[in-house]
Design a binder for this molecule. Structure first.
Ligand SMILES: [Zn+2]
Length: 458
């Protein structure tokens, strides 16, 4: 049979000079090679084609084969390339293909796989041709299958300015590494408590160094309120592989007007427990109790406690609580100059920033609740535009006993109450009773940002 095929092939080759090289290539016998230059890279050579029907006399036209299924784009799934061959006169005997110069095989389709270990990533060349029953061979054609299972790589370079003093663009610089070309970016900016500030999608950036400018405005075009904001990018390449960047922060310390809060109306049945001053054992115990009761609170330790207990500060933020400043020296703010007021706040804020990468802006609590218009203005000018006083005061600093502290809180609580307490052992001891009592009365203990958010404020 092989002999018959070869004879026929040679006969056709001789009769049609134009197909000589193609024919000899297609039917190259394993040994001895007819001519070194005509050998394919596959040492076995293409398979021998056995006609499936009788040759049609006078058929000198090779079949026509088309391939489909590879897609034009990079992909991260298996591609099934299908070959469709037609031959009018004698019919198609077989289609032959190979991938990346490998072994020639007979078949109507081939799968190019996309294993998740990236081992088959890259551009794959699929060569194919068909032979008809008269052993006319088509010139080989090729298509490319582009496999990319690796997500884009994103590396932050900078966020500038790191501290914003007015509503101005924030420029994010980064490097993108991606083999398949441009990537589609989106970003999400949240405040440090995770509340949405602004987002955008559908940005396109080339691989290499790039940048995106973020306008620090909310959807209603108002500028971001002071605070710490976090930026996160999501990148998607042409194949659909996705990368989520880690977060980078910038601080917004622009000046807005200040306000004094003793309670928050319109927040529903929530209560803001707040803790001032400091005592590390009490602080740790209060955190554990809050965790046990799935409650959140706001902490106003004096700056030195934050500076000397960074791990407690970090734990506080990690467990979902909020922080504020109560100053560094616990002095009466109305006796201080505006710049002294600001330095009390900013020194304590720097301790929070150093320990946790979070900012107590916009919450400040003047010691003794001692404040006036001038201290409010000075505080707001440093970003602390929410002066947090209280309207439930169990006077726990006087150490009246845990039971008294708990009953004073529970008998005065109301929706939107701000409860002023202290980081003291008696308060820590009273807290489980307070939290159980709040729960049984249908209240939820929340942090100040959660309470403002519940009332529809940023
Ligand atoms: Zn105090």
């Amino acid at each position: 049979m092989l002999r018959h095929v070869l004879i026929l092939a040679v006969a056709i080759a001789l009769a049609v000079p134009g197909v000589i090289s193609v024919t000899s290539h297609a039917l190259a016998s394993p040994e001895p090679p007819p001519a070194a230059g005509a050998l394919p890279s596959d040492p076995e050579g293409p398979p021998t084609i056995v006609p499936t029907a009788s040759p049609s006399p006078g058929d000198v036209t090779p079949p026509v084969t088309t391939a489909s299924g590879m897609g034009a784009r990079w992909r991260n799934d298996t591609a099934t390339v299908r070959f469709a061959a037609t031959d009018d006169l004698s019919g198609v005997a077989a289609t032959v293909y190979r991938v990346d110069g490998g072994v020639w095989r007979i078949g109507d389709e081939v799968q190019v796989r996309a294993p998740k270990d990236h081992s088959n990533d890259g551009e794959h060349v699929v060569e194919f041709y068909s032979v008809d029953n008269s052993l006319n061979q088509e010139a080989a054609e090729s298509v490319t299958v582009k496999i990319d299972t690796r997500p884009p790589h994103f590396a932050w370079k900078s966020v500038s300015p790191g501290i914003l003093r007015r509503v101005a663009p924030v420029t994010c610089r980064f490097t993108i590494d991606e083999r398949s070309g441009p990537v589609t970016l989106s970003y999400k900016v949240t405040d440090q408590y995770g509340y949405h500030a602004v987002s955008k999608s559908g940005l396109v950036r080339k691989a290499g160094a790039g940048s995106v400018q973020i306008a620090p405005r909310y959807k209603n075009r108002k500028g971001f309120v002071p605070g710490v904001y976090r930026i996160q990018f999501t990148l998607r390449d042409e194949a659909g592989n996705q990368t989520v960047s880690n977060r980078r922060s910038f601080r917004n310390y622009r000046v807005v007007s200040g306000g004094v809060w003793r309670r928050v109306r319109g927040a529903g049945k929530v209560v803001a427990l707040t803790f001032d001053d400091g005592n590390n054992a009490a602080w740790a115990s209060i955190l554990s109790t809050l965790k046990r009761y799935k409650a959140h609170a706001t902490f106003f330790p004096l700056g030195p406690y934050v500076a000397s207990s960074p791990s407690l500060a970090r734990r506080t933020m990690k467990e979902g609580h909020a922080c504020g400043v109560h100053g560094w020296t616990h002095s009466q703010m109305t006796r201080q100059s505006p710049s002294q007021v600001q330095s009390e706040w900013l020194r304590a804020a720097a301790a929070w920033w150093k320990a946790t990468g979070r900012s107590p802006v916009p919450y400040c609590r003047p010691p003794y609740g001692d404040m006036n218009g001038s201290t409010t203005a000075a505080s707001a000018a440093a970003g602390f535009y929410r002066i947090i006083l209280w309207d439930v005061d169990p006077q726990d600093w006087a150490q009246p006993g845990a039971g008294v502290i708990a009953s004073r809180v529970l008998s005065n609580v109301h929706p939107g109450a701000i409860v002023c307490m202290h980081l003291t052992p008696q308060t820590a001891q009273a807290l489980p009773t307070i939290l159980r009592g709040l729960r049984s009365r249908g209240y939820k203990a929340v942090s100040l940002p959660e309470m403002f958010h519940a009332a529809g404020m940023r």
